[in-house]
Design a protein around this ligand. Structure first.
Ligand code: NAG
Ligand code: NAG
Ligand code: NAG
Length: 363
């Protein structure tokens, strides 16, 4: 009996040992693989370059004397430029009703899909409210369906804040939409001191944004500015499963240049105009933020200024949503939000005084 027990114990022990080895082996293998991949990747990417962490600001603050309007520059564009959009013949099929004037501090171009009426409504009722300092328009493309067209027309009659172009609204046409927004700035709102391109699921803390532009930057605008959240060394996606798959003929290189995701791009007028002119004479590439803020920005030697720390984290969005009386650090943006979250953030913002000079040390 005892012998049997010992044999049993011994066998159990051996099994145990075998089992723990079976468990450990994959972990060890995984560790080796991770170390290997890490090493390969860091070799591939190389050490961080100086351009990743600019120590001095790459933009200049304008003063009353140095401020010059882009207003006169439209006249220096080719005659056929207005009715051309990169490689399409173009016209605005619907334009917002109010003209801009010199009191416009910020022009906001919100990319929106024709069907996103509820998102546009949430923005109009919250951070995108009428404001003499801000001109906000929604950029939409054309729709084929008659019913959608009629409802967009009705929306335009009611709010007059749509800018619609004569190209089909689709995600492969987003670069047309982006350049149309810049065209709107160049021809219809060149007085703006700053241009913000954003999306309809974004919250812009407008009171803080206005203070940021006036006090941390300059009420006369800046030169050479592109404020965004840069992405470095992004791989070009080649997988057929990816919505963002790009073929070798569309983009042959392995990495994209440093670029900024398009949900928050704050352009100074000279950069917006420079990118517009460059886009008009360049090849079409359908991922708009990579094309405009990567490829073309590099061509123009414009440097990105990182404002990632002014973006609200997901955790803080939830925090404000569930504890509206709580406090979070000053912020300019929230992203990937639904209408309820946008309204909650607005409720939070209007109950507090917008900070002044809070980002002073920034730049
Ligand atoms: C600019 O237009 C707004 C309304 O669109 C108006 O309230 C404001 O007085 C105008 N400012 C100037 C300087 O004309
Ligand atoms: C982009 O818009 C153009 C002009 O309306 C249209 O001919 C083309 O089919 C659209 N492309 C896509 C992928 O929807
Ligand atoms: C960008 O910089 C490069 C190198 O310094 C220079 O050759 C090129 O002319 C510049 N391009 C523009 C548009 O300023």
């Amino acid at each position: 009996m005892i012998g049997d027990k010992n044999v049993m114990l011994g066998r159990n022990f051996a099994m145990l040992e075998k089992r723990s080895w079976q468990k450990l082996l994959p972990i060890a293998l995984a560790l080796i693989t991770i170390t290997f991949i890490w090493k390969e990747l860091s070799d591939l990417l190389g050490p961080p370059t100086a351009s990743q962490a600019p120590s001095s600001p790459s933009y200049t603050l304008l003063t009353r004397d140095s401020a010059s309007s882009t207003a006169s520059t439209a006249s220096r564009l080719p005659d056929d430029d207005y009715n051309k959009l990169i490689d399409l013949s173009f016209d605005f099929t619907s334009l917002n009703s109010e003209p801009c004037n010199s009191s416009v501090l910020l022009l906001v171009l919100v990319h929106s899909s024709p069907g996103n009426g509820a998102k546009r409504r949430a923005i109009r009722e919250t951070w995108g409210r009428r404001d003499a300092d801000v001109r906000l328009v929604f950029a939409v493309g054309g729709v084929e369906e008659a019913a959608s067209r009629r409802s967009l027309d009705a929306e335009q009659r009611l709010h007059g804040d749509l800018v619609q172009g004569s190209f089909l609204d689709s995600y492969r046409n987003l670069t047309y939409k982006h350049v149309m927004g810049l065209k709107y700035f160049v021809y219809h709102c060149p007085q703006a001191k700053y241009v913000l391109k954003t999306d309809d699921d974004v919250f812009v803390n407008m009171p803080s944004m206005k203070n940021f532009l006036r006090y941390d930057l300059s009420p006369y605008g800046v030169g050479g500015g592109l404020f965004c959240t840069p992405r470095y060394n992004s791989l070009v996606l080649r997988s057929y499963r990816s919505k963002w798959r790009v073929s070798f003929s569309e983009y042959p290189e392995k990495f994209y240049p440093t670029y900024c995701p398009g949900w928050t791009l704050l352009y100074s007028p000279d950069v917006a105009l420079g990118l517009y002119k460059e886009a008009q004479i360049s090849e079409y590439f359908w991922i708009d933020d990579i094309h405009l803020t990567g490829t073309l920005t590099r061509r123009l030697n414009v440097t990105h200024t990182d404002i990632e720390r002014l973006v609200l984290s997901d955790n803080k969005v939830y925090y404000i949503f569930y504890y509206p009386a709580g406090e979070v650090a000053p912020f300019l943006y929230g992203r990937e939000l639904n209408e309820g979250q946008i309204r909650a953030l607005w409720g939070y913002v209007v109950k507090r005084e917008a900070p002044k000079f809070i980002f002073r040390k920034f730049g």
